[in-house]
Design a protein around this ligand. Structure first.
Ligand SMILES: Nc1ncnc2c1ncn2[C@@H]1O[C@H](COP(=O)(O)OP(=O)(O)OP(=O)(O)O)[C@@H](O)[C@H]1O
Ligand SMILES: [Mg+2]
Length: 369
């Protein structure tokens, strides 16, 4: 199997007056693992079903492997698809389920058996051929669904929240398995999820969707470090937001007043922020919990945010401190500190300074969340 280039060209879908997908363009190189990440109702499934051919777009076109397939029926697009719920045929055995796409393609029986055997090995279920779906665990059923999607060696594989119904541990195991499988097969994978951790670990690139459009497209590291809007910043990873007043400043570093004696400096996150923001505007300051530190009150230096420890909890690899600010609307800031990093833990109610690392603060126009 070798992946195909997928070009989604201004694809749109309207249901009556409602726009489910509003002109999405994605250029996906052969063999890429692209995740589509977005909240419920953002148009992920609609986009995927248009690529598969089960829905026809109201606008735009779709080119796979250099061939315009916009008007081609699903069975002639040669795309594998895994749905959120397993969608196995309950009355067919595992082997028969996996053989189904091969039968549809008129592949001879002995060749079918060989391919099914090989694919069962690939998804690590060699001894399950004769079982029925109800005799399998959720994770095993999902692996059968993956096997059925890849058995005919499609150059493009679409997955719509394939692990959504599984528990966390199994989901993480399956994430690694699917990723390894994709690398071995070389297929182009378009993977829908609303789980940002899943998208971050599995993808070459992530397309964040909001309201039927791509809010941001980039590598996981890029999206995580340089969110271009408060929406993306909020959606990917954990993020604290504080509201303040824009006091102006030189390019790259702006002053934001958060409270009577609390003024911090932060770079604008979005290109053009400098020209768009006006002195006196309400702006939103974003702070990643893992890029914050804690000191005793008064020791925080520049960009110190005074507050009091409300709760501290042990969370395995890190400690999570909730700090209630002593300024503004007294919001809670989450501070995440690697376990055992802090020599003297602060007591509940202790006055502290929350300190942002260099580059740990980002600034957005208020209207964006
Ligand atoms: N057949 C349909 N008829 C009318 N509206 C639809 C239809 N299918 C989807 N929609 C609407 O289109 C929008 C996008 O739906 P879609 O299923 O693509 O979202 P999604 O991102 O997959 O959400 P989820 O994470 O909940 O699966 C929603 O507002 C939905 O109500
Ligand atoms: Mg969906």
């Amino acid at each position: 199997m070798i992946g195909a280039h997928v070009f989604i060209d201004r694809i749109g879908k309207a249901y009556g007056s409602q726009t489910a997908v509003g002109g999405v363009t994605l250029d996906i190189p052969a063999g890429e693992f692209l995740s589509i990440l977005g909240p419920s109702g953002s148009g992920k499934t609609t986009l995927l079903t248009m690529i598969a051919g089960f829905e026809s777009p109201s606008a735009g076109r779709l080119v796979i492997g250099g061939r315009d397939v916009t008007a081609i029926s699903p069975d002639r697009r040669n795309i594998g698809m895994v749905f959120q719920r397993y969608a196995l045929f309950p009355h067919l055995t595992v082997a028969e389920n996996i053989a189904f796409p091969l039968r549809m393609r008129g592949i001879r029986k002995n060749l079918r058996a060989e391919r099914v055997g090989r694919t069962l090995d690939l998804v690590q279920l060699p001894d399950y051929a004769m079982r029925y779906p109800h005799e399998l665990s959720g994770g095993q059923q999902q692996r059968v669904a993956v096997a059925r999607a890849i058995v005919f060696e499609p150059p493009v594989l679409l997955m719509d929240e394939p692990l959504g119904a599984l528990d966390k541990k199994l989901r993480e195991t399956m994430q690694i398995e699917i990723k390894q499988l994709q690398q071995r097969l070389g297929a182009t994978v378009i993977y829908v999820t609303h789980d940002q951790e899943e998208a971050l670990t599995m993808s070459d690139r992530i397309a964040v969707m909001a309201k039927g459009k791509i809010a941001q497209l980039g590598t996981p590291a890029d999206i995580y470090r340089n969110p271009q809007s408060a929406f993306v910043a909020d959606f990917i990873g954990k993020m604290n937001f504080l509201t303040g007043e824009f006091l102006g400043g030189a390019a790259g570093t702006h002053s934001i007043k958060l409270g009577d004696d609390v003024v911090v400096q932060a770079p604008g996150s979005v290109p053009g922020f400098e020209t768009a923001a006006r002195v006196g505007d309400r702006v939103r300051l974003a702070l990643r919990p893992e890029r914050l530190g804690l000191t005793a009150r008064g020791a925080g230096g520049k960009n110190a945010l005074p507050g009091r420890i409300e709760t501290s909890v042990f969370a395995g690899s890190f400690d999570l401190h909730l700090v209630r600010t002593d300024f503004g609307s007294r919001e809670i800031i989450q501070v995440q500190i690697p376990a055992d990093r802090m020599n003297a833990p602060f007591a509940k109610g202790a006055p502290v300074d929350v300190v942002a690392e260099q580059g740990g603060l980002r600034l957005f126009a208020d209207a964006e969340v």
